[in-house]
Design a protein around this ligand. Sequence first.
Ligand code: CA
Ligand code: CA
Length: 298
Amino acid sequence: MIEIGRENQFYGFAHEGMQACCTARDGDVLRFHTQDCYGDLLTREDIRRADIGDRAPKFNPTTGPVYIEGANPGDTLAVEILDIVPGARGAMRLTPGVGGLADAVEREHVRIFPIGADGTIDFDGLRLALEPMIGVIGVAPRAGAYDTDTPHQHGGNMDNRCIGKGCTVYFPVGAQGAYFGLGDVHGLMGDGEVCICGLEMAATVDVRVRVIPGRQEGCPIWEKDGRWAAMYSAETLDEAARGARYALLNFLAPRVALPKEELILLLSLIGDLSVCQVVDPLQTVRFSLRRPIGEVRF
Ligand code: CA
Ligand code: CA
């Protein structure tokens, strides 16, 4: 196993100029030690944004990036999420004027929740079970550059609550070496991430990486237990939803025996169009199969 320590942080995915912290090969298992999205600096409820501003000039520190030998543009990097082990605490913050309920937030407000050994938190008497997920996960894009606040078709800050233990995410490799990284792990988050935070926590994440040569989709594709999904990010929810719908159709069409018309009907029956997040610089939608539809391989 290759361990990538918490000191290896980066703040943007770019087609050119990324510097890898280490190298891995097809089939390797990697262990990422991640900081929370506040750089692990929001440790007490009396800490205010201004207190940590200088020490954490950017948010969403992301662990990596890892150079994957043999991954080239046009290939796919398959990332199997083997495990997510939560840190000791989860942090949340409201900032006036920010997020999907911005008009209702009148003052800065911070909560710190100790995470129990049983994988729950006590939210003011309400016992909530964690469903750990990875907020930022991706590779170098096929063109341009995106900070780690911004999701796009390379992945990044997609905040898809389905990216948890047991799934595999297929990323279109955009640059030689892929430059894979992840961070911004949440203990729990609702679809939409309406106040711009989940239960923000440091974590240890184990993944297995595989290179699938010579083919790729236009955006990240997700799979768990035979259920497939496409994730698409765009300026508006409408554009993101359209992108996700067509991406899943285009992915499945050559892989199932159904005529295209029948597949479209089936997607209307068991395809769920869901919001991942509405609070990042671009918005993310996923289109997911509710159940397996037979043997489908990437
Ligand atoms: Ca995020
Ligand atoms: Ca976050």
